[in-house]
Design a binder for this molecule. Sequence first.
Ligand code: ASP
Length: 287
Amino acid sequence: MKLPMIIVHGGAGKWKDERIPVGLEQVEKAATAGFQVLDNGGSALDAAEACTVYMESCGKLNAGLGARANIDGVKELDAMIVDGSSLNFGSVAAITGIRNPVSLARYIMEKTGFSFFAGDNAKRLYEKMIAEGYRTEAEPGVVAQSSDGGAKDTVGCVVVDGQGRIAATSSTGGISKKIPGRVGDSAVMGSGAYANDVCGATATGWGEHIMRVTLSRMIVLYVEEGLDVGLAAKRGMEMFEAKTGSEAGVVVADAKGNYGFSTNAKAMPTVIIQGSIDNMTSFTCQE
Ligand code: ASP
């Protein structure tokens, strides 16, 4: 049984050898948190949010609490969530002072009638989200992790629930030495993530180059055109490397629960849970 399923990455890049097991452990916990939501009847969106909130809150990955700071020492976060069954998405960019931009991205998608907010005005929406009770806070700026979910470099996941609905996320502090106001691919629909009713993908790596080829959208297109999901991930990375010479990684899943992954970076901690919480595959994807 392939559904429901979740595929999660903890960022592709030049991981120090001693940090790889630490990253992998956190990605395993995040995948478990997301899958528990599915087991409890939650949707792909619920699971993708819970999985990503875990990674934003663990402090060990480049997102949320653990996010890389910009050259001024400030954590400016980008995040996105995509609902493949409706083609809706929510994005937030260059936000400061909060830990869980993925929950705000979902609020933006579901409650505002708009899709993409940046900076201080996104922060105002976060305050509105809390005031309306859409999410509660564990402490100022920190979304309480859902009780049923146990969710309690850039991270992202693709989730397919039992009904074949696909959700994808991306969340990051961005690349090193970024100057204030820089926004990468992780908030840009089709680049850092994409999903429709056929397939979903999420990307990590050098955002400027991921955006040049709209990497996630291209991989989903390959699957729509009939390519096997695993081959589509590899073809996407080959295309990306040939056109940009840069470094990235992707994880992909289709509506039936088939999955793929590929990177040309040193390492990308990757975890898949398919069908049952006992069926976890965990490894470091390498170039
Ligand atoms: N893609 C992210 C960015 O460019 C960085 C990363 O994946 O680590 O902001």
